[in-house]
Design a protein around this ligand. Structure first.
Ligand code: SF4
Length: 293
């Protein structure tokens, strides 16, 4: 199998099979991320993709799901993606679910008709690492799009029948802008109606521009308690029904699950309890020990 540089896979999807069809990230400029700094974006050679599919087909000829790599494989144009999707179906004829993480901007270069064809070829679920629905925060972390882009591209996904996840990056606006980040993200996420909302807490990793800004006093990271307060504000303002996942260090408190609106009060109470009684030193230690996003 061909794997280049960092392999980031959705931890909620099976670890096998994974198929690298691109390397690196087309954007590579988010201020909190160094995952692909040394890996220039490119499409994998078709021979590699075919070799890997042959290998997967030998081990699991009846595979029904597959996860595409790397950071944003759907950045490829429809013309480039189509032969890859066709090949996946040829080697794995029972294929039902092709999944990929991707950027909002990767949907922009595809028409709804093309997205529908991708769905027919198996792309039924994707994950958008949106991080925020607040324009000032999106600019601050250099995501390369705005809230209006998120809404526009999510509407296309709905029209094409492709389910999508959206992630909220707790803490990424810093102290000064935390409130707007939480509330405006909840408003935009609610409008977009994703099948799943995931939340993760910002960790400032060595080498990231955001950590350098923090060292220079230009970015004020949230404390663990402030992170939870921001997450609470986001949850309180989120009004779409969805599966809700949090990778936050409080996730042991059973906040993850389906039917968000039915469970919202319980999630709010759990967060309030954690804010008042949680062991913030323990949460900080868990975060300090994290090695990747
Ligand atoms: S967070 Fe995602 S889009 Fe941003 S640089 Fe990292 S891999 Fe690329």
């Amino acid at each position: 199998m061909h794997f280049t540089g960092t392999v980031y896979r959705n931890p909620y999807w099976p670890t096998f099979p994974l198929l690298e069809i691109t390397q690196g990230c087309t954007h590579n400029k988010c201020k909190f991320c160094t995952m692909y700094r040394d890996v220039p974006f490119r499409m994998s050679p078709m021979e590699w993709i075919e070799e890997d599919l042959r290998e997967i087909a030998k081990i699991a000829p009846g595979a029904t799901i597959i996860q595409l790599l790397s950071a944003n494989p759907l950045a490829l144009s429809y013309e480039k993606l189509e032969p890859i999707l066709v090949m996946i179906n040829q080697y794995l004829p029972k294929m039902a679910y092709i999944y990929a993480a991707t950027r909002v901007t990767d949907i922009r270069n595809k028409t709804v008709e093309e997205l529908k064809k991708m769905r027919e070829l198996g792309v039924k679920e994707i994950s958008l690492g949106v991080e925020s629905g607040d324009d000032a925060t999106l600019d601050r972390i250099n995501k390369g799009y705005h809230a209006s882009d998120i809404i526009e591209q999510c509407n296309k996904l709905h029209e094409a029948g492709i389910d999508f996840w959206m992630t909220f990056l707790n803490g990424t606006a810093g102290r000064e802008h935390s409130r707007d980040h939480a509330i405006n993200s909840a408003i935009i996420f609610s409008q977009c109606k994703p099948m799943l909302v995931g939340t993760g807490g910002l960790t400032l990793f060595p080498g990231t521009p955001l950590l350098e800004e923090a060292h220079r006093g230009e970015f004020s990271p949230l404390s663990e308690r402030e992170m939870l307060e921001e997450l609470l504000l986001f949850v309180e303002n989120l009004t779409c029904d969805c599966y809700f996942i949090t990778h936050h260090t409080v996730s042991g408190k059973n906040l993850t699950g389906p039917d968000f609106l039915k469970r919202k009060d319980k999630i709010v109470s759990a967060l309030q309890h954690e804010i008042e009684h949680g062991d913030m030193d323990l949460l900080a230690t868990i975060r300090r020990n994290k090695r990747t996003l």
